[in-house]
Structure formats: C-alpha cells, structure tokens
Write a protein that binds this ligand. Structure first.
Ligand code: COA
Length: 147
C-alpha cells in the first residue's frame, strides 16, 4: 500500500484533514463549509484519521465519534482526493477505523452513506437501514456494521 494512515495527533494534522475535506466536500460536492465543519471536529471523543501518500501529502481522511447508542460509533467525513480513488485507500481508511474503534470498545459502527457510495460500504460489511433521505441536498442512506 502506497499510503500511510495515522491517527491525527496535532492541530497541524487536523488542518491537513480539513483541507482534504474542503477539497472533496466543499469544492467537489458543493457542501456549504458551515455544514461541513461542525462541533464534533474538536470534541475530545472524536478520532480523526489522516492518510498520506509516499511524499507525505495528505490525500484522505475520515473521523469517528460516539453515537447515541451505547457502544456504537458514528463514522463520518470519509474522503479520498479524486486523483487517488480506486487504489484501495478508502478501504484502508475504513479498516483502520474499524480496528481503532474496536480497540477503544465500540461493538458497532453506524454511518449515513451518500447513496452513490453505499456499495463501497456494503463491500466493507455495512448493511443499509431505512429509507433514503436528503442531507446537504445529497441522497443518503443509514448503514450499520458489527465490529
Ligand atoms: N461504488 C461502488 N463501489 C465502490 C465505490 C463506489 N462509488 N467506490 C469504491 N468502491 C469499491 C471498490 O471497487 C473497491 O472494491 P473491492 O475492494 O471489492 O476491490 C472497494 O469499494 C474499495 O475501494 P477503494 O479504492 O478503497 O475506495 P476509494 O479510495 O475510491 O474511496 C470513497 C471511496 C467513497 C471514500 C471515495 O470515492 C470518495 O472520497 N468519494 C467522495 C467523498 C464521498 O462521497 N465520501 C463518502 C461520503 S458517505
């Protein structure tokens, strides 16, 4: 794998993760920046991951945090820069989230998948739940997986 995925430990790494999210969600998908960044980004219980390429350039990110159900985490802001997609990085980021989440005691992961990405999550063991809904004007479906 030509990428390194690490847990964000500094403000500088968090800024790099936000830059990837801005590129993918705000510029590419037109999500308003005031929705894209939220109060969970700086919550102490939120864990952010950052993916670097061999040159040390930030190319992917994702975060997870506690969900309302006990022992369940919510995975959010899964993003790989357009030029790096299809090389296994999205899978690598998700597998790292599952490993870390299990390590800290979560037994399940939940997410709201953009409908176009639901097959990506199905390949990782997620199952859809309920109806399709709109969030930031994008169709989503809730999905869940046991860890
Ligand atoms: N539809 C169906 N399958 C997909 C897919 C898609 N949109 N994207 C990836 N896959 C499949 C791959 O074929 C691969 O299958 P395999 O493991 O059986 O070979 C597997 O999922 C892993 O693909 P990978 O290359 O690791 O994914 P990626 O690096 O391209 O990242 C996303 C996938 C969704 C993270 C990336 O496309 C992205 O950042 N998109 C824009 C942001 C976004 O929409 N994020 C999701 C928000 S819910």
């Amino acid at each position: 794998m030509a990428y390194t995925v690490k847990q964000v430990k500094s403000e500088d790494e968090l800024k790099q993760a936000f830059d990837v999210r801005e590129e993918v969600f705000v510029i590419e998908q037109h999500v308003p920046i005031e929705i894209e960044l939220d109060e969970y980004d700086h919550a102490p219980t939120t864990i952010h991951l950052l993916a670097l390429d061999t040159q040390g350039r930030a190319v992917g990110t994702a975060r997870f945090r506690p969900y309302v159900e006990e022992g369940v985490c919510k995975v959010e802001r899964v993003a790989v820069l357009a030029g790096e997609r299809g090389s296994g990085l999205g899978r690598y980021l998700m597998e790292e989230i599952h490993r870390l989440a299990k390590d800290v005691g979560y037994h399940a992961a939940k997410l709201n998948a953009q409908l176009h990405a639901s097959a990506f999550y199905e390949r990782l063991g997620y199952m859809g739940e309920g109806e399709v809904f709109l969030e930031a004007d994008i169709e989503h479906i809730a999905m869940k997986k046991r860890l």
